[in-house]
Design a protein around this ligand. Structure first.
Ligand code: CA
Length: 234
């Protein structure tokens, strides 16, 4: 059998499916193909893929239903799922992210970004499988360092003074580098803070964070029509 990661490519358009598989196989990933939601679920139940690339518009069971089944029926909370979908499916993409997809890539996709996302998610999945009791008080991601005990943030070792809400957003980002969060997901993560959080106030918090990060402001990316993600690419 295959030793390395196996990527399940769920896509009903044969040309796109071929193209995705071509780029993954060129990077030495093994691929399994499904062109319907039923087929995808059958493969997930029987052959335990490492990651799923999921189209949303499928004949029969939709990609959203596949994702719901993965997370809530099969209870596969940690199986990485990347939605690959056209931007016209924006509301479905948001639903997908809120149902627990790890990321989304718009069609037409850039093959390099697709492969980079697959690699990043597999790395993250591997890392989260290891118990990390070494030092949970510090989160370091690129130029960012968070001391979660003292609630102190640093960029390039310079202190950045954040409010409690801003710190909570940065902590979520730093623990999930590259992951796209919808505004609603950020709101849910911030519930428990002492004042109401709205979609608009999320935008305000992000704007304030960017100002405070100075050189690092580009690390918080706006994902058009969807939400925000964090990636320190400098
Ligand atoms: Ca499709």
């Amino acid at each position: 059998m295959l030793d390395g990661p196996v990527i399940l490519v769920v896509e009903d358009e044969p040309d796109i499916q071929e193209l995705i598989c071509y780029h993954l196989e060129r990077e030495h990933f093994a691929t399994v193909k499904a062109s319907t939601g039923d087929e995808a679920l059958h493969i997930i139940k029987t052959s335990n893929p490492s990651l799923v690339l999921l189209d949303l518009m499928l004949p029969g069971i939709s990609g959203i239903e596949v994702l719901k089944t993965i997370r809530y029926v099969l209870q596969l909370a940690t199986l990485p799922v990347i939605i690959v979908s056209a931007r016209t499916d924006e509301s479905d993409i948001i639903t997908g992210l809120e149902l627990g997809a790890d990321n989304y890539l718009p069609k037409p996709f850039n093959p390099k970004i697709l492969v980079a996302n697959v690699k990043a998610l597999l790395r993250r999945a591997a890392a989260s499988g290891q118990t990390d009791i070494a030092d949970v008080s510090q989160i370091v991601s690129g130029h960012l360092r968070l001391d979660v005990v003292r609630h102190e943030a640093f960029w390039n070792d310079d202190p950045v003074l954040l409010t409690a809400t801003e710190f909570a957003i940065m902590e979520l980002f730093a623990k999930n580098v590259g992951r796209v969060f919808t505004r609603n997901q950020l709101i849910s993560a911030l519930r428990g803070e002492s004042y109401p959080v709205t979609e608009r106030s999320v935008d305000v918090q992000i704007a304030s964070l960017r100002r405070k990060l100075n050189d690092g402001q580009n690390s918080i990316k706006t994902v058009w029509g969807i939400g925000y993600s964090f990636q320190d690419t400098q």
